[in-house]
Design a protein around this ligand. Structure first.
Ligand SMILES: Cc1cc2nc3c(=O)[nH]c(=O)nc-3n(C[C@H](O)[C@H](O)[C@H](O)COP(=O)(O)O)c2cc1C
Length: 212
């Protein structure tokens, strides 16, 4: 499916065909495609927990306002924004830039300093926002890729973060930004038409925030 069609046809579907699994090779391909998403300084501050096992999905459902789709979907991805992505990946990013000729060796310290100062202290709001926005780009890329590969998805923020962290051993300083259910639309289900979208002139302005 071409990209424009995948964007047009992606919907947050509520009803997944239960009892269907997604082959690990397919899931892996999807995760790899999403891994091509852009990120700030290429720091890739995300972690993904793929929940496929029926018992684990049941546990996750218990943390997710009992949403049926968590159990029915073939897999549910717990999208974790990682504020430690700067420290974890900085050196590898800089090495890659140096090896590929993006950067002269002498510029390394300057870039390293820039990354540290732009994204603030490890426990700051700035750092959490950095991690969340990049993880959201991974998530969106994944949902479009899934549609292109013939799967449906459903993003969710209806969950208790403390519960998800406890049940899935996620360290306290990480941010669970959303769950994404993946699978196929339940046979015989007809989707309601796409809900309300605003007209562009309500939220797009040119050259300035205000349209006046
Ligand atoms: C970050 C995020 C969280 C969402 N959380 C939930 C959720 O917990 N439960 C739910 O039923 N829908 C959830 N949705 C789905 C939205 O309601 C849906 O995307 C929206 O109504 C537009 O429909 P469409 O995606 O089919 O165009 C969420 C969507 C996003 C992007």
């Amino acid at each position: 499916m071409d990209t424009i069609q995948a964007i047009r046809e992606r919907r947050a579907i509520n009803f997944f065909e239960p009892g269907k699994s997604i082959p690990d090779s397919v899931l892996n391909e999807l995760l790899e495609l999403a891994n091509l998403a852009p990120s700030s300084f290429d720091l890739q501050p995300w972690k993904v927990i793929a929940v496929r096992d029926p018992e684990r999905k049941k546990t996750l459902r218990g943390c997710a306002m009992n949403q049926q789709k968590v159990e029915d979907a073939a897999a549910v991805l717990i999208m974790v924004a990682d504020p430690d992505g700067v420290e974890e990946n900085k050196d590898r990013v800089l090495e890659s830039w140096q090896a590929l000729g993006y950067m002269q060796p002498g510029a390394r310290e300057a870039y390293s300093g820039m990354m540290d100062s732009l994204y603030g202290a490890r426990d700051s709001i700035t750092r959490k926002l950095f991690a969340a926005k990049n993880t959201a780009l991974y998530a969106m890329t994944l949902m479009i890729a899934a549609k292109g590969m013939g799967f449906d998805t459903h993003p969710m923020d209806g969950f208790d973060e403390a519960c998800v962290k406890k049940e899935f051993n996620i360290p306290e300083n990480k941010v669970v930004i959303m769950l994404i259910a993946i699978g196929n639309l339940k046979k015989g289900t007809t989707l309601l038409p796409r809900p309300f979208r605003r007209e562009l002139d309500e939220f797009v302005s040119y050259e300035n925030y205000s349209r006046k």
